[in-house]
Design a protein around this ligand. Structure first.
Ligand SMILES: [Fe+2]
Length: 497
């Protein structure tokens, strides 16, 4: 059980020192908050269609809510980071007022090799990286994000890895997806699908040249790819997409390459004297077509949305002014740096880039510390108003204790607190089948109550989240905290609709 001072600061999120059920025994002797309380991995894989329901599942909520996340199966070989765990998918599908729940590990090549050995093989992101290992020097877990492309559900990894195809009805891992053999490079999480054209817009990054690749795959599996010239290895986490352009990210957060070569440890530093750069590239453009725009130094994990207004390309996202602003606390021991970094202090921000004149405008929209944004994905790349985000408390980084519906146009917001000791997940918007307005639909989220270690799925009316969930569905096991989610509309998920 964790004895670090962070346990006290996190309070209920770490279980106030009590360990939740269905967690592996080996966590008990590792002093690391990312393995305890809300973050404790589960040992359970299950499927259930007889779920206890409070309220009524709306009949017009049709489709699937899928959540990816980190769930280590074996005791880590090195100092563990929350980002390291094996990918696990948690899914709930809705149809005819009924729900079916499932969760399952993503059986990546690394997961299969470790399962055969019965022990962990790869180190995690805190290193040292081991370039002698097969596949990759740290474990490719596919644990970060999900896309639905050409009727295939796929898991992606934030460090850029293989694309793992999953059966959306069984969550079985089907294999790796290479788009008819056309794409043999790794892809990063937050590669995304244009809801209108069906194009997959992707990027990847790495420690060796080329430091970034960008491209797009059409629904006919035509692959376009270009190598993006960067000053050195960078840590882009997302990409912006409009109808005609993509926005590539070059933030002034990077590591010392000689230190990495010497120690195998990658320590990213924020450089407050180096500009943020965004590269606007036509969707099927090449490196020489990129127009780079400079802005104040900052960092951003997640884009909310992007669109075009005449010659202007607009990007709205969750910006961190200085990711090193919160100083590590000595009492957090050797994980102090990662705890401080995840404090984030992310605020909603807008950048404007004029593709004709090169002019730039930037402004803060709101100072909320919110992250893990989700929009009505039918508006991706087009001007929209609403985003559904998670509020992150300062004292407990990487936990979500309120749902926020933010109006980008007016700057106003609604907020619903999950409750004392109850934590939510990234909450996708699920449109009604015949929706007329942008927010005509539902918001769904998995929550875990650390008071009793019970988990459930809550459904909100997206037009009024402040009235609280209109329905709660009990999940028959405890869900650890998770990463990114995906809503798949019923007409895309069910072949007979
Ligand atoms: Fe992410």
């Amino acid at each position: 059980m964790s004895k670090l001072a962070i346990t006290e600061r996190y309070g209920k999120a770490l279980g106030n020192g009590t360990e939740p059920q269905e967690s592996p025994e080996w966590i008990s002797d590792i002093d690391n908050p990312w393995l305890h309380g809300l973050f404790a991995p589960t040992t359970v894989e299950m499927s259930c269609d007889e779920l206890e329901i409070e309220g009524e599942i709306p009949k017009d909520l049709v489709g699937g809510y899928f959540r990816n996340g980190t769930n280590p199966r074996f005791k880590p070989t090195n100092r563990y980071h929350w980002f390291d765990g094996d990918g696990m998918i948690y899914a709930i599908r809705f149809r005819d007022g009924k729900a079916v729940y499932q969760n399952k590990w993503i059986e990546t090549k690394a997961f299969t090799m470790e399962s055969e050995k019965g022990d962990a093989i790869w180190p995690g992101v805190l290193g040292p990286f081991d370039f002698n290992l097969p596949i990759s020097p740290i474990k490719d877990t596919a644990n970060t994000d999900l896309v639905f492309i050409n009727n295939k559900l796929c898991g992606l990894w934030y460090e850029s890895g293989a694309v793992y195809q999953l059966d959306p009805f069984t969550l079985e891992t089907v294999g790796t997806e290479d788009f008819n053999g056309q794409l043999n490079v790794p892809l990063s999480a937050h590669s995304k699908v244009d809801p209108n054209s069906g194009d997959l817009i992707f990027f990847s990054y790495g420690d060796r040249k080329p430091y970034m690749r960008y491209g797009a795959v059409t629904p006919d599996n035509e692959v376009h790819i270009t190598e993006v010239e960067l000053p050195g290895p960078r840590r882009p986490h997302d990409v912006g997409v409009t109808e005609n352009y993509s926005i590539l990210h070059d933030f002034p957060i990077f590591h010392d390459e000689s230190h990495f070569k010497k120690t195998g440890k990658r320590v990213p530093y924020f450089h407050p004297d180096v500009a943020t750069r965004f590269g606007v590239i036509p969707r099927f453009g090449n490196n020489e077509d990129i127009k780079w725009f400079e802005f104040k130094p900052c960092y951003m994990l997640h884009v909310i949305n992007c669109w075009e207004e005449g010659d202007w390309v607009v990007q709205v996202g969750c910006r961190t002014d200085n990711p090193n602003a919160v100083k590590p606390k000595a009492e957090d021991g050797d994980i102090a740096g990662m705890i401080a970094f995840l404090t984030l202090q992310a605020n909603i921000y807008e950048w404007r880039m004029n593709t004709k004149t090169g002019e730039t405008i930037e402004r803060s929209i709101n100072e909320l510390n919110v992250e893990f944004p989700y929009i009505n994905r039918h508006f991706m790349g087009r001007k929209n108003r609403y985003s559904y985000l998670q509020y992150i408390p300062y004292e407990a980084p990487a936990t979500f204790d309120a749902l926020v519906k933010f109006d980008i146009e007016t700057g106003s917001f609604q907020r619903f607190d999950y409750g004392d000791g109850i934590f939510g997940s990234e909450a996708p918007f699920a449109p009604k089948p015949n929706a007329k307005d942008e927010d005509d639909g539902y918001v769904v989220t998995f929550v875990t109550d650390t008071n009793n270690w019970k988990s459930s799925c809550w459904i909100f009316d997206a037009k009024d989240i402040e009235k609280g969930p209109i329905c709660k569905i009990s999940i028959p096991h405890r869900l650890p905290a998770g990463f990114h989610t995906l809503w798949v509309d019923g007409k895309d998920l069910y072949s007979d609709l």
